[in-house]
Design a protein around this ligand. Sequence first.
Ligand code: GLN
Length: 484
Amino acid sequence: MKPYAGLRELTQGLRSKAFSTVELTQFYLDRIHRLNERLNCFITVDDEAALERAKLADQRLSQTDVPRLCGIPIAHKDLFCTKGLRTTCASRTLASFVAPYDATVVRQTSAAGANMLGKTNMDEFAMGSSNETSYFGPVSNPWDATRSPGGSSGGSAAAVAAGLVPFATGTDTGGSIRQPAGLCGVTGLKPTYGRVSRFGMIAFASSLDQGGPVAHSVEDAYELLRAMEGYDPADSTSANVEPTALPATHENLVIGYPEALFDGLDAEFSSAIDAARGRFEALGHSIKTIELPHVDAAIAAYYVLSGAEASTNLARYDGVRYGHRSGDQNDLADMYRSSRSEGFGLEVKRRILTGTYSLSVGYFDAYYLKAQKVRRLVRDGFLAAFADVDLILAPVAPTPAFELGSLKADPVQMYRQDIYTIPVSLAGLPGLSMPCGFVDGLPIGMQLIGKHFEEGKVLAAGMAYQQETNWHEQHPALGDESVA
Ligand code: GLN
């Protein structure tokens, strides 16, 4: 069996009975157990239940009406609630929390037949760009264990990159699917805000949070998106739109090239993106230089807004009904204080403090309201650019995978990891991250941004690119190539 097989190959293998679901599941579970100690991609592995479900999938495969993803192993980021299996959000406060229901994304992917092997590591409450804020320890990048896989969906991206699962779910608030996908050399999509239900997805910044797929290819990301998306009355911001569909025929598109965004990149980085540009032209698309005003204010606005939303969302972790409760208390206020002090890590506390500050009387107008105005300007800038172009090409992250620990002491440097992804999040647009080259032996990614709900166009352009290139077919050397 091949750890990096794509969905098409796995589905064919299962349906032609070249291997059974039980064999496939056991194969990936063995691989997880062999490599997870080194990579720390998984917080929880659900061996027994996964094998039980695999047996049922084998039965279903012999019947009619086989669900599309029947028997395909999947991992969920550990902030999607899973009934009966703990959901930690990589926080001490939820370390033993077991949700009484499944997130819509979990319910829908299971209904499509995917078999959950476990829950992936992440930054605590999805706050971070390196996976180092996890209560369960950092994840290592499969390309170089001393480096970060990015964050916050670093466990999902690293698990796919290391061939521990064929695909995984992630979430993206300011870059958390796209940046780790870029740093691990895999494909990830942040859908348009509203396309994927947030029900049962533990909230960080509700006006930005969006679930999406992480996979080996655009084709597989699309397949997973189809299982994740859809209108959900249980999420008040869920959009009632047509499901994502690929255009029936090849379209020659105009791709916007925001020149200023590429200025700060290293030469090797820029030449990889230039080569990708050339590929798009060869595919019949034309490139048009564009401007994106106000994107330089996006990070500042994002940290005001996401912090404000986080401070209110995280107020619910008071140690009363669920979550960590401190044993050290004299009265009620003391219990809240010590439970929260012990339950949350440093970065989460930083966000709660700054978020509470910007919402307080006297500062609200100066910070929160102003940031909302900047958000509107960023969005308007994109919409104006999209009057002339169909897609926008941008970098994903400013550097390849960085050394674990190297940015930890400087939050502002860490926040800059999302300089190219945050503007897209503020505008609520879909962004696809896919590998486009290597710098110093480490994968780098690029981003294709589309208009609201035009994932179909973005994905089609990405698929055509991957048909012409093989960056997405490169895999890290993990010392066990005998099985590959
Ligand atoms: N790195 C950004 C942050 O720390 C984005 C995280 C995310 O998208 N969840 O907020």
